[in-house]
Design a binder for this molecule. Structure first.
Ligand code: SAM
Length: 270
């Protein structure tokens, strides 16, 4: 008999994974190793939770819906050691959760309405995260993993790829969920880069450069970045002022932000 009685809640993005073959593919993609500190975001009715728990023996989950907490706890009896954090994931301090016992492996079929805030929240704690395997809207995964020159290469691609390696793993059709979402989904792997490889001294300045550059996609860098720097700055950083943001590699944005951050205080962007 199922422990889960409450109907799915739309406002919490509840589309439960029901196709066993995709559940197996996610578990395989995570490729668990003994001792891994696994944390699932949004376990729902446990579609991914219980296969992971059976395999690994222990698992921490973060679930916001109070109606799911007792059923999850009851369903875990005899399966493994399930720790449930009943909280909004955006309020969970991953660095504190990791403590000094090693970085976390995050997994989740994310609520699509807050998937980008969850990604950026996890990035803020990148030092405490070993890797992430997330199911998201396919359209978002395509943007996350896009290369320069692609139509969907933009702010999300650059912001994520500057801090992580991003790999789109496989697509999942609406029919794999109950109820089915309106859009296709995809599973993505993100692996935070070691701090020394990122090379961004001033994250706020980097974010501003990327935001302004893509804010006016059709404009040249010189025009799009007019509030941040001059054409001469762009050239001095080794880039063409008449290029467009979508033509720049992630490393180019890093180089430009580093160049601007190293200018004498009077010449730096306000
Ligand atoms: N993992 C389950 C599955 O694959 O069937 C459920 C996935 S469902 C797309 C998203 C889950 O995230 C739901 O269980 C929902 O209640 C939960 N959720 C929504 N907003 C949340 C938040 N802010 N913090 C934590 N969990 C949240």
């Amino acid at each position: 008999m199922s422990h889960f009685k409450a109907p799915p809640k739309k406002n919490l993005g509840q589309h439960f994974l029901a196709d066993r073959s995709y559940i197996d593919r996610i578990v395989m993609a995570v490729n668990l190793k003994p001792g891994d500190r696994l944390v699932e975001i949004g376990p729902g009715q446990g579609a991914i939770t219980f296969p992971l728990l059976r395999k690994h023996g222990e698992l921490t989950v973060i679930e916001f819906d109070r109606d799911l907490i007792t059923p999850l706890m009851e369903a875990s009896e005899g399966v493994g050691r399930l720790t449930i954090i009943h909280k909004d994931v955006l309020q969970v301090d991953f660095s504190k959760l990791a403590g000094d016992e090693g970085p976390l492996r995050l997994v989740g079929n994310l609520p699509y309405n807050i998937s980008s805030p969850i990604l950026f929240h996890a990035l803020e704690h990148a030092g405490a995260v070993q890797d992430m395997h997330f199911m998201l809207q396919k359209e978002v995964v395509d943007r996350m993993a896009a290369d320069p020159g692609s139509k969907v290469y933009g702010r999300l691609s650059v912001m994520l790829q500057a801090y992580c390696s991003v790999t789109s793993l496989f697509d999942v059709p609406p029919g794999a969920f109950r109820p089915p979402p309106k859009v296709d989904s995809a599973v993505v792997r993100l692996v935070p880069k070691p701090a020394a490889d990122i090379g961004i001294a001033d994250p706020a300045l980097f974010e501003r450069v990327v935001r302004d550059a893509f804010g006016q996609r059709r404009k040249t860098l010189r025009n799009a970045l007019s509030q941040v720097c001059t054409g001469a700055d762009i050239e001095a950083a080794g880039l063409r002022p008449d290029a467009r943001a979508e033509q720049l590699a992630v490393a180019d944005f890093v180089r430009l932000a580093q160049f601007l951050g190293a200018l004498p205080p009077a010449d730096r962007p306000a």
